[in-house]
Design a protein around this ligand. Structure first.
Ligand SMILES: *Cc1c(COP(=O)(O)O)cnc(C)c1O
Length: 410
């Protein structure tokens, strides 16, 4: 765990994974190795007995993963003190993907007979993981409108085996937000833990540990990497003992470890997190205003618009509005498909958080395997377009949107 403290985010992401290594490499070395050597049995015994198991066997950890984990832990704890008024210490475990980190989170916290409470409008993969894998292990899943705190309290009381509340805010792709602080205080009153998927906001915009969360999850594939060059997921926790024992054990036994090359890409990507996020956010505000005023568009979902139902919650817990929007074309499914086909600057692809603007159509892509009735209930309508706004020059994005909306015959 890095002990360095910095005032600003860019200094932190540039200098946390330092240059300390035997060969004076300026960038973090890629330790492409499955195992680590010992000079003697005594040295082996010492390392096995020690707390840091990252120089034994790579499924258990690796110095390149450690460097990436340290940066993310520093970002999520930046400027936060614990109950004793000391700087918050976190442990982060890097995984091969967001889904792997989510599996560790759920399986290390829940077992047969337990209940997980969550809310509508989750990332498609999270919802499927809950309903196809967790349910099969004997865990009950309850999805509610979790901003209704009275309903949350009743649900907790009626389900004494509820152990964990999982939140995703803002949610991908509807941008619905839930009030982390209010939900954590209800949860903690009843002895439940809370995990927060902070993928869309990033720690630059929102720090769930400052609002009471017990665990934070990221698909680091998205804004943390920033360039769409690899998949990674990270699970962070503030109960260091629980992280070092149960969570670590489940992580290494499930085998969802990261790899050194992808960890290196993540470290490089995070160096520019602050300047990327600033540009992503300012471009998004302009794109949302442009789309909101366009006659062909029925609705724009962006937490920065006063019309967004969770604008106030987003203002309360985020430093700026996240650079993800979705919008509904008046022409429905046909217009949506024509629009996607007509873009020339925006990239047609799923995923989000890359330096270039990505456009996708959730109903036929990310949320295809969720039954239509259910998907519509969560706000994922047929004509919904999701846009992860990149760092291009705004004038080029505006011109592309104008021509694509025109070509789509709307
Ligand atoms: C992408 C994503 C995930 C899953 O992460 P992978 O890295 O694709 O496994 C989970 N939650 C959210 C909000 C995501 O956007």
């Amino acid at each position: 765990m890095s002990k360095k403290k910095f005032k600003g985010i860019s200094t932190l992401t540039l200098h946390t994974a330092g240059h300390e290594n035997d060969n004076f490499s300026h960038t973090t070395p890629i330790y492409a190795t499955s195992t680590f050597t010992f000079n003697s049995t005594d040295e082996g015994i010492e390392r096995f007995k020690g707390e840091d198991k990252s120089r034994l066997y790579t499924r258990w950890g690796n110095p390149t993963f450690n460097a990436a984990q340290d940066v993310i832990a520093a970002l999520e704890s930046h400027g936060i003190n614990n109950e004793k008024g000391e700087p918050l210490e976190l442990l982060a475990y890097l995984h091969s993907s967001g889904q792997a980190a989510m599996s560790t989170l759920f399986l290390s916290n829940l077992s047969t007979g337990d209940t997980l409470i969550s809310h509508y409008s989750l990332y498609g993969g999270t919802q499927e993981l809950m309903q196809k894998i967790l349910v099969a292990t004997g865990v009950t899943i309850i999805l509610i409108d979790i901003n209704d705190l009275a309903l949350l309290e009743t649900t907790i009381k009626e389900n004494p085996n509820a152990k964990l509340i999982h939140l995703e805010t803002p949610a991908n792709p509807t941008l619905q937000c839930v009030d982390i602080e209010a939900i954590c205080s209800v949860a903690h009153k009843h002895g439940l833990k809370v995990s927060v998927d902070n993928t869309v906001a990033t720690p630059y915009l929102q720090q769930p540990f400052a609002l009471g969360a017990d665990f934070v999850f990221h698909s680091a594939t998205k804004f943390l990497n920033g360039h769409g060059s690899a998949l990674h997921g990270v699970l962070l926790g503030k109960d260091l003992e629980f992280m070092k024992t149960k969570v670590w054990k489940w992580h290494v036994l499930l085998g969802g470890n990261a790899n050194a090359f992808d960890s290196y890409l993540l470290i490089q990507g995070m160096k520019t997190l602050e300047i990327r996020m600033e540009k992503h956010c300012s471009n998004t505000a302009k794109v949302a205003a442009y789309l909101d005023a366009h006659p062909a568009i029925a609705q724009v979902n962006y937490t920065g618009l006063k019309s967004h139902p969770h604008h106030a919650i987003a203002n309360k817990q985020m430093k700026q509005h996240a650079p993800l929007i979705s919008f509904e074309l008046k022409g429905g499914i046909d217009a949506g498909m024509k629009f996607i086909d007509a873009v020339e600057v925006c990239t047609r692809a799923v995923s989000l958080g890359t330096v270039d603007t990505l456009v996708s159509h959730p109903a036929s892509m990310t949320h295809m395997s969720i039954p239509k009735e259910e998907r519509i209930k969560y706000g994922i309508t047929d004509g919904l377009i999701r846009m992860s706004v990149g760092i291009e020059n705004f004038e080029d994005l505006e011109a592309d949107l104008a021509q694509a909306l025109a070509k789509a015959g709307i």
